[in-house]
Design a protein around this ligand. Structure first.
Ligand SMILES: [Zn+2]
Length: 213
């Protein structure tokens, strides 16, 4: 019996992109993204990890894996130099304060915004999120994670549009935050499919570029 149980585990371990090099037919890649996370407010690593886990959880429901890389510059932003090409699956997310965002942050209830859909670059506003969390039905790190997922969602959907339900609503009510444990703040199936397609498309472009003579 023990040997039979081991089979699925071995299959999972054997499924690895490196299999391409061995001549094994290439499997459809798992949609995954890497986010360079710029901690512009020196948030503690514990709080950062809790927010990351919350955002990861939302993307996992959508069938997408997220990896985080600490940004090298705390708050750096060189507007003249795009940091990534539009076909890369590497995105930029900056944790700023409203003051750091200056006039880019419009509206007193804004928790985040996109700097550039083309460059895959977005911002979440930690102090605005903290303020909302204090009076709301959720805690700071969970709300930060939700805001991170929302902004990365805009980047992957390549759209500033909002939906009437789920994580991509323009505004989360206290009621939906309170009931989030029941799974309301997720990407809709349509949004999830669009994002997976976008990621696979970009991963395909990267592979094509890499294999050019
Ligand atoms: Zn939005």
């Amino acid at each position: 019996m023990g040997e039979f149980r081991a089979v699925p585990v071995l299959l999972l371990v054997g499924f690895h992109p490196a299999a391409d090099a061995c001549g094994i037919p290439e499997a459809i890649p798992e949609p995954q993204i890497t986010v360079n996370l710029y901690n512009g407010i020196n948030l503690s690593s514990g709080d950062l990890q809790r927010a990351e886990r919350e955002a990861e959880r939302i993307f996992l429901y959508a069938g997408i894996q997220v990896g985080w890389i600490p940004g090298m510059l705390a708050a750096g932003l060189d507007r003249n130099k795009p940091m990534v090409q539009s076909n890369a699956v590497v995105l930029q997310l900056r944790i700023w304060t409203r003051r750091m965002a200056g006039k880019r942050a419009t509206g007193s209830e804004t928790l985040g915004f996109c700097l550039s859909l083309d460059n895959g670059d977005a911002v979440v506003l930690a102090d605005a999120i903290q303020k909302r969390a204090v009076f709301g039905a959720t805690n700071f790190t969970d709300l930060l994670g939700l805001a991170m997922a929302h902004e990365v969602g805009h980047l992957l959907l390549r759209s500033m549009s909002h939906s009437v339900a789920g994580i991509m609503q323009a505004r989360w009510t206290e009621k939906c935050l309170r009931e989030d444990e029941r799974g309301f703040l997720r990407f809709t199936p349509g949004e999830a499919a669009l994002m997976r397609n976008e990621i696979r498309h970009r991963m395909g472009l990267k592979r094509q570029v890499a294999s050019l003579p």
